[in-house]
Write a protein that binds this ligand. Sequence first.
Ligand SMILES: Cc1ncc(COP(=O)(O)O)c(C=O)c1O
Length: 454
Amino acid sequence: MALSADYWAKIDPDSVPEIVSPIPGPTSEELNRRGGAHMIGYSSQVRLCPVAFESGHGVTLTDVDGNRYIDFSSGIYVTTLGHCHPKVSEAVADAARTLMNAHDFNTPVKVELLEKLAEVQPWDLTGMQLYDSGTTAVEAGLRVCRAATGKTEFISCFMDFHGKTGHAVSLGRMDPVSGPGRTQGFYLVPRPDPYRPTFTGPNGEIDTDAYLDFYAEFIDNATTGQVAAFVLEPIQGWAGSILPPDDFFPRLREFCDEREILLMADEVLTSMARTGKYFCMEHWDTAPDVVTIGKGFGNGFPVTAMLVSERYKESIERISASTSYGGNPMACAAALASIEAIEEEGLLDHALELGEFMLQEMRAIRDRHQIVGDVRGVGCLLGIELVKDRETREPFEEAGRMVYRRAFEKGLAWVPAWHILRMSPPIVMQQEVAAKGLAIIEEAIDEVERELGY
Ligand SMILES: Cc1ncc(COP(=O)(O)O)c(C=O)c1O
């Protein structure tokens, strides 16, 4: 669905990007010096291109030195509806003037949000609780799975990311600081990655059944048999926009049902229109028992949720579910306005169409550049994987860093992941602006290829 001619986030494609100073410029450098004297631990996204941002409007970001970027990051998959969507900003401002916190007492806006969420979820996820970070929602989801099943263990996948507190960390890839003490009863298994399959059939095609056979063996041999849930990202975000084969989730659903194991979908990154659906699992018509959502849910305002199927929702009573900020009126107003905007502006369809257009362009880029091994995505959650050699598929981390930085310096704000370049443009972007962003990426790839002798 095309955006209307006077749509608030529409811009003249010729007006972006606009580079007026070095990147990072002097004001960014000064802010980094002052901020960096105290705040330690910036992400690689910042370290590789340390600009300081002043403002955002729709699909563009402006740094403190006046450079204006096309935004392919949405913060970090957060401002899905564009920076400062007028409906969302006004709703938050209104709530901030009326009532900022009432603990977990009901408020009109909270009840409206819960009812709206119940309406847009396509399954029977009628039990809900609201939180203020994705991680907290994930932790609550784990507690619900335990309360619902009476079982204690969890299985997630290699390269997963589910947050940075104790149990959430234990669901993901470990590093020497988070580990080696993975919480007991948390296990990781390989997950089908069509570009880098662990188990393949006779013709090299990915073999989903072999993964499930392995899971069965793994449960029998490595766990105590007390597995409460499989916890999965529908598309692995942090790992580099890795999509599963289409039969994976339907088959895993059957696998879980046969063993009375719950299926918890961590949709913190993938939900609320990012992939052109409210819930990414809709792409595979697979109903989870527990779902966590966040990031784009409040389009930048910290609001997240855990949703539980009708069958298990009473378990929420048993986990002491409430928090200080969860469901505060500003958060609820942001989330409600975001869902209403998605509905009113036809943004699910637009996200799908924009994603399809971008994927087509990305395939053409892959065909023109030998360091591009794979391109993939659905809706506005996309990735480009760089390799040293298309045959061996050896990851090309140096090129990943170089292409990220080059494109950033040319006016594209986006997200690195080693050799994989991640894109999550606001779904309110026009095709012409997305095409410009992709042209910047191709120019950067071209330069890096030549510099590295390809
Ligand atoms: C799939 C997934 N789960 C959980 C989280 C944690 O969310 P938050 O950073 O809001 O705590 C993230 C964050 O990137 C995520 O991608």
